[in-house]
Design a protein around this ligand. Structure first.
Ligand code: ACO
Length: 325
């Protein structure tokens, strides 16, 4: 069985910072409420001319540099995003052109906040069965374009950013186990209702603000804690490992209270949880991607460490992936 691992990681965060103090001037909220209820202090906002493919390309260049591969070497590019540049073509194809990765096969994955984990596991399958030698996987989001800046229930949560990883066969370590799940019966808990074939864009949909994220936060919260803990347990069981064997968890960064409740359920100390939510908020697919990169760059992951990626999101969808670094 081939060992497939991550040979380079990268990230890109737009320069503009939107703080809780800035949000206090936009909606009826407070730094105190946002910090205690979510753990978020700031988030990044893309420039008007920056689309998902721009953030993705910057993160990809960073990951390629760290992997030692060149864009021309890439055989597969997968972009996980719920904020693509446009309905079609895929953002992955746009990134391919920007990178000059002429050999690569390209497609997008729509799995919301679990998108990066879904994309990693998809890429692993292609490399393991010998279809491609390597893959560039990116989580990239410009959530500020689907955030309703008049809705305090949601606008304090989201941010823009991108993270990337290059996968290839490795001599030691690599992906130990993977676990994916979906439950479409819960789709209405979290969605952007208009803009697709069900409810195409019209003056009416714009007047009703239906092109923005709608979320039943409380319901999602309760499910997220259980789902992320169960996904971790399933991946551990498959690998024949225990919670205590994990060196670092890279969880989806939706809410600090979700993450800490999940850690408590698993009996994991907070020292084993990597966080970037305070700085960047919830960047959907880009959250786990940028967090993985942040952890590597800050030397929180050493060779031989057991790392757990664990995410959930709209769909509902969830996924966990255990990697020996
Ligand atoms: N500032 C001040 N007050 C607020 C704000 C705000 N920004 N937002 C909500 N409130 C108020 C509410 O109006 C409510 O007031 P009321 O009691 O007078 O009605 C009160 O605060 C409590 O509201 P809740 O919704 O019960 O607050 P909760 O503790 O559940 O926190 C939150 C809300 C942060 C959204 C939480 O439910 C959460 O994190 N949910 C999960 C989000 C998530 O994980 N999403 C999935 C990923 S996103 C993706 O897939 C794209």
């Amino acid at each position: 069985m081939k060992k497939i691992g991550i040979i380079g990681v990268g990230e890109y965060l737009p320069k503009k910072v939107l703080s809780n103090a800035d949000l206090e001037k936009m909606v009826d909220t407070s730094d105190e409420w946002i910090t205690t209820r979510t753990g978020i202090k700031k988030r990044r906002i893309a420039l008007p001319e920056e689309a998902s493919s721009d953030l993705a390309t910057n993160a990809a260049k960073d990951a390629l540099k760290n992997s030692g591969l060149k864009a021309q070497d890439l055989e597969l590019i997968i972009v996980a995003t719920i904020t693509p540049d446009m309905q079609f073509p895929s953002t992955a194809c746009i990134v391919q052109a920007k990178l000059g990765a002429k050999k690569a096969v390209c497609f997008d994955i729509s799995a919301a906040c679990a998108g990066f984990v879904y994309a990693i596991i998809t890429a692993q399958q292609f490399i393991a069965r010998g279809a491609y030698k390597n893959a560039l996987v990116i989580g990239s989001e410009v959530l500020s374009t689907v955030t309703d800046w008049k809705d305090r229930n949601t606008c304090v949560l989201f941010g823009d950013g991108a993270g990337a990883a290059v996968l290839a066969e490795v001599r030691s370590g690599g992906i130990l186990s993977t676990y994916l799940g979906s439950d479409g019966s819960l789709a209405e808990l979290l969605m952007v209702p208009a803009g697709g074939s069900r409810t195409p864009a019209s003056h009416k949909t714009i007047d009703k603000r239906l092109h923005y994220i709608k979320m039943q936060g409380n319901e999602v919260f309760k499910l997220a804690v259980k789902i992320m803990a169960d996904a971790a347990q399933s991946a551990l069981k498959q690998a024949g490992l225990e919670c205590a064997d994990i060196d670092l968890v890279i969880p989806h960064q939706a809410n600090i209270r979700i993450i800490m409740a999940m850690a408590k359920r698993l009996g994991l100390p907070s020292s084993k949880i990597y966080l970037n939510i305070e700085e960047y908020g919830n960047m959907s697919s880009a959250s786990t991607a940028a967090a993985l990169c942040g952890a590597v760059k800050r030397n929180r992951i050493k060779k031989g460490d057991i790392v757990l990626l664990d995410a959930f999101g709209a769909g509902l969808v969830w996924g966990a992936c255990l990697i020996k670094w």
